[in-house]
Design a protein around this ligand. Structure first.
Ligand SMILES: Cc1cc2nc3c(=O)[nH]c(=O)nc-3n(C[C@H](O)[C@H](O)[C@H](O)COP(=O)(O)OP(=O)(O)OC[C@H]3O[C@@H](n4cnc5c(N)ncnc54)[C@H](O)[C@@H]3O)c2cc1C
Ligand SMILES: C=Cc1c2[nH]c(c1C)Cc1[nH]c(c(CCC(=O)O)c1C)Cc1[nH]c(c(C)c1CCC(=O)O)Cc1[nH]c(c(C)c1C=C)C2
Length: 447
């Protein structure tokens, strides 16, 4: 078997993108933390073991302040998200009643009849409108940069959907479990993560080390051809497999991540698939990394999110220095923050992504830090990145679209796998797991 990897840009890694400054500071422009939990989390840690990257791991435990404290910026104030029993029992602003009341009465709410629903409608129905408007609205902005009034509960939070389906309640589903998950035995690193109670992890030189290390591993194996600056422009079925781009690769089974690239490359005989791919939309996020001199944060924690009712444009701010102080400048005298903006509201707030200036995005980000965190000094360093169409949006009915694409591929006996963030989960773990599953189906397990 011959494996060929074609990457259109000049670097591997996609959204895993790190800047390593010469003084030792590390800034993430894409993902910054990976969760070790669950089958997909264990799978990634097993891969980190295989790559020999275990010594580079930076774990953040559940007892760390970054795991215990997350904030919401509501009514022009920061509020710590309630946690623990006392947080659930008391009425804490910005909520009008103890959260335990919503959780307890949720058990009595009847099961929904629809085969999918928006996240906002699902949570309003089960836990009340206030939680949907504030907590879940913010959560969807902090994971999907998306609008919970459009996103699908079944595809975005399958755990919630399955809990209702199997146990009749979210609360019971969380307590009793809501169904089977793939079997992935934990390797040494995953075992360590369980023993030490990790909530998330990164790598000493940033998460881009992961694709860098994979590239090195593949090159050393001598079994894989990898090409940068090699965009797939056209694929079409041929007698011996697929004809890919301008080059003839026989017996190639494309494993394709991006719907726009794939739909543009497919032939007209795959029209139904092309149409379904074109129907998966994604949102643009502006990511602004900021470095400030000294310890400037008024609170410690993972960061804060804003519900869409507070501000459409600013989604949230990550306090990178708190989770990963190892990425600070070695003198330890700085604070690193990341402001994320736009998402589903990008066009409304900032207009055409091609016309928005870096200066405008930087000004909006520093203004948010000043307003939300009371930081009046200017940042000593900044980096502005505009990530076009970076997070796919699983709108209501997404599961049906994915099912129908898979059926088309099966019926036509197309030797093609759909992997990546557009189909069954947007986290780094989901994407790696979908790739592994597809390759195992093609080449057999144990590869
Ligand atoms: C700002 C941001 C923050 C995030 N934070 C987190 C986080 O904290 N934790 C987490 O788990 N996840 C996070 N994510 C999500 C996660 O990073 C992504 O979902 C994941 O990296 C997507 O991987 P992918 O392989 O599906 O796609 P991509 O990363 O988009 O990779 C696709 C690759 O295909 C290449 N390509 C495109 N078209 C072609 C073509 N025609 N021919 C050849 N190559 C092509 C691209 O150049 C790219 O390298 C975040 C994402 C963003 C944008
Ligand atoms: C403010 C915008 C964003 C922040 N992170 C992301 C956006 C759009 C992107 C993102 N964050 C996470 C994931 C992976 C999801 C997963 O299943 O692992 C993605 C794509 C992780 C994450 N971030 C937050 C939560 C609740 C999660 C889920 C996993 C976990 O519980 O750790 C919340 C959150 N994200 C951001 C902030 C500032 C924030 C909370 C304070 C930034």
């Amino acid at each position: 078997q011959c494996v060929v990897v074609l990457e259109s840009s000049s670097r591997f890694g996609g959204w895993l993108w790190t800047t390593r400054r010469s003084d030792g500071a590390v800034f993430e422009h894409g993902p910054r933390g990976i969760r070790p939990a669950g089958a997909v989390g264990r799978n990634t840690l097993n891969m980190v073991d295989d790559l020999g990257l275990g010594g580079e791991i930076l774990p953040v435990t559940y007892s760390h302040v970054a795991s215990k404290s997350r904030y919401l910026y509501v009514n022009k104030q920061l509020h710590r998200m309630p946690s623990g029993i006392s947080g659930l029992l008391r009425t804490v602003p910005p909520f009008s009643r103890p959260l335990l009341l919503s959780v307890a009465t949720e058990i009595l709410v009847k099961k929904g009849k629809e085969d999918d629903e928006t996240i906002h409608s699902f949570i309003s129905r089960r836990l009340g409108k206030e939680l949907a408007d504030i907590v879940v609205d913010s959560l969807c902005r902090g994971v999907f940069a998306g609008d919970c009034r459009k996103l699908s509960v079944r595809s975005c939070f399958p755990l919630f959907y399955n809990a209702e389906q199997r146990r009749g309640s979210l609360t019971l589903g969380m307590l009793l479990g809501s169904g089977p998950s793939p079997v992935v035995p934990p390797g040494p690193l995953a075992q360590r993560s369980i023993k030490e109670s990790w909530a998330q992890w990164s790598l000493r030189r940033g998460l881009e080390s992961l694709p860098e290390s994979i590239t090195e591993y593949l090159l050393q194996s001598g079994k894989v051809q990898i090409h940068r600056d090699a965009a797939v422009t056209h694929i079409s079925p041929s007698a011996s497999g697929w004809k890919v781009s301008k080059t003839d690769f026989c017996d190639v089974t494309p494993v394709c991540p991006l719907p726009p690239a794939l739909s543009a490359a497919l032939p007209s005989s795959c029209q139904p698939l092309v149409q379904q791919l074109q129907d998966i939309s994604s949102v643009t996020v502006a990511v602004v990394n900021l470095e400030y001199e000294g310890s400037i944060l008024p609170v410690m924690g993972f960061g804060h999110l804003l519900p869409s009712s507070e501000d459409h444009g600013v989604l949230g701010v990550v306090y990178d220095s708190v989770s990963f102080p190892q990425h600070n400048r070695p003198d330890g005298q700085s604070t690193r923050l990341t402001v994320m903006m736009g998402g589903a509201w990008f066009q409304d707030v900032f207009g055409d992504p091609d016309a928005v200036t870096e200066e405008h995005l930087l000004a909006r980000a520093t203004e948010a830090v000043q307003c939300h965190l009371g930081v009046t000094t200017a940042p000593s360093w900044s980096w502005v990145a505009l990530h076009r169409d970076c997070i796919p949006q699983y709108y209501q009915g997404h599961f049906r679209r994915v099912e129908s694409m898979c059926n088309f591929i099966k019926e036509k006996n197309l030797s093609l796998s759909l992997i990546g963030s557009s189909y069954g989960g947007v986290s780094v773990n989901d994407v790696i797991f979908s790739g592994r599953t597809a390759v195992e189906e093609l080449l057999g397990a144990g590869v």
